[in-house]
Design a protein around this ligand. Structure first.
Ligand code: TRP
Length: 456
């Protein structure tokens, strides 16, 4: 199994994806005011979300980064990410949005000017209408933020074509612009934590699961640059270990002849001890010879704060101090025809700008989980899990869990017919899209204010 972020054909074997790529399930996380996407298991997995939730709870800073590919029109499926961004924003996160104009040019042939127009008219206009706060949202373009491209280049040293082949299935004939896109995306994901763009803090990236290859890559790249590794002990405790590499040999007292300058090494250890003592640990066991510091009284729950302290120290002594990003993943909404939702097949989805007449037509033709005849439907009942109209209410249009459960139950029991399910969806869709259109008019004047200074 491989995930191809550029293909519209995506696996929906979410269990398989969790197992194969080591994602974590959302179960057991304590989310404040969960959104409908959380409550209904549509946001189904994450990496390292604990650290972000922890920052949320303590009122400490954390950032949210996501990106959009400016090609085609914004459809319902795209709005799921924004629902999550808004939730993080309402719980204290600062938001950065990457317009992937370089990627769109590289992989879809969309020029930068055209990319900008699409991003503003199709996406940012709807983000404003969907309720993102312009005061706490910064939109930038990949093409006009040098640090993003610089990071991409620098991190390129930490990977190679074999890894790209393993992650993305790239081959000899793969276009090199395609090879650059993931490195630029790594730059997107990591740059908000640089001192210039908000400083060291956890960053969460809410995405569809098709983007996980980029997160795997980016997390690996960030870890490889880290000067300190952290290991959890078998039973308890944490161990900090120096990761001596070309870029930090001098700072760590590793001399070209292989010998260690004890004075320099000791000074590094003094600073580690100083940092960790400030977190309240009093049982530190530094072992400069082995290059480790044991913290016996630390537990898994201290991992995030210890990591943050060490990354801060790394920055002070000359390293990049990059924290691997956290992420959340959502299921894809099915297309109206029961197949994949994709902007390249206009009848497979509702666009946020679709006219009511068009919406009605599309929903009436949607794939249904009902039985072929009314008689059979009454007798056997329908399947809401395969019914697109029902799915769209679950994903987008019906906030009330009880109403939704009621619809599902009536359908299964055969009391509610397929046509009636579609009618229920259609009524809600028209209201939802109608209100969105109104808000788009009301917030049109705000679009500019979402743009970061380098995007104006
Ligand atoms: N590759 C993403 C897409 O195809 C767009 C994107 C660019 C992105 N940079 C990002 C998404 C950073 C999340 C985080 O839609």
């Amino acid at each position: 199994m491989e995930i191809d972020p550029w293909s519209s054909a995506q696996s929906t074997d979410y269990e398989g994806i969790i197992a194969r790529f080591g994602l974590n399930r959302m179960e057991g996380l304590d989310l404040p005011n969960p959104t409908r996407l959380h409550r209904r298991g549509i946001v189904f997995a994450h990496r390292d979300l604990e650290g972000v939730l922890d920052a949320q709870r303590k009122g400490e800073p954390f950032g949210v980064l996501t990106g959009l590919m400016p090609s085609g029109r914004m459809h319902l499926g795209h709005s799921m990410v924004i629902d999550q961004v808004r939730w993080f924003q309402e719980h204290g996160g600062d938001v950065t949005i990457a317009v992937a104009d370089l990627e769109s040019q590289a992989t879809r042939g969309v020029g930068l000017k055209e990319g900008r127009r699409i991003a503003l008219e199709q996406y940012i206009a709807n983000y404003a209408a969907l309720g993102l706060d312009p005061e706490r949202t910064n939109v930038y373009f990949q093409s006009s933020r040098p640090i993003v491209q610089r990071l991409g280049f620098q991190l390129g040293r930490r990977t190679n074509l074999s890894e790209f082949e393993a992650i993305y299935g790239f081959k000899g004939e793969t276009n090199l612009a395609h090879v650059q896109a993931p490195l630029v995306q790594a730059g997107d994901i990591l740059h908000p934590q640089t001192d210039e763009y908000g400083g060291l803090r956890p960053i969460v990236v809410p995405v569809g699961v098709d983007q996980d290859p980029h997160l795997r890559l980016t997390r690996g790249l960030a870890s490889k640059t880290n000067w300190f590794n952290l290991k959890t002990g078998k039973n308890a405790g944490l161990t900090v270990a120096l990761s001596v590499q070309e870029s930090n040999a001098a700072a760590f007292g590793q001399q070209p002849d292989g010998r260690v300058d004890r004075g320099v090494r000791q000074a590094v250890f003094d600073r580690i001890v100083e940092r960790l003592s400030a977190l309240g640990f009093s049982d530190l066991r530094p072992n400069p010879k082995h290059g480790t510091v044991d913290v016996p009284s630390a537990s898994k729950r201290d991992l995030a704060s210890v990591r943050l302290a060490l990354l801060g120290l790394e920055r002070e002594i000359g390293g990049m101090g990059l924290m691997p990003p956290s992420s959340t993943y959502h299921h894809f909404a099915v297309g109206l025809d029961g197949d994949k939702m994709s902007s390249s097949r206009p009848d497979s989805t509702l666009f946020l700008g679709d006219e009511p007449a068009k919406v009605a037509k599309k929903i009436k033709r949607a794939f249904s989980g009902g039985q072929p005849t009314v008689e059979e439907h009454r007798r056997l009942g329908g399947d809401p899990d395969r019914d697109v109209a029902f799915q769209y209410m679950a994903y987008f249009f019906e906030e009330d869990d009880a109403v939704l459960a009621d619809l599902a139950e009536s359908y299964r029991a055969g009391r509610l017919l397929a046509g009636e399910m579609k009618q229920a969806c259609l009524e809600r869709a028209e209201v939802w899209l109608g209100e969105l259109a109104e808000r788009r008019d009301e917030t049109a004047h705000l679009v500019e204010t979402f743009l970061a200074p380098d995007a104006r």
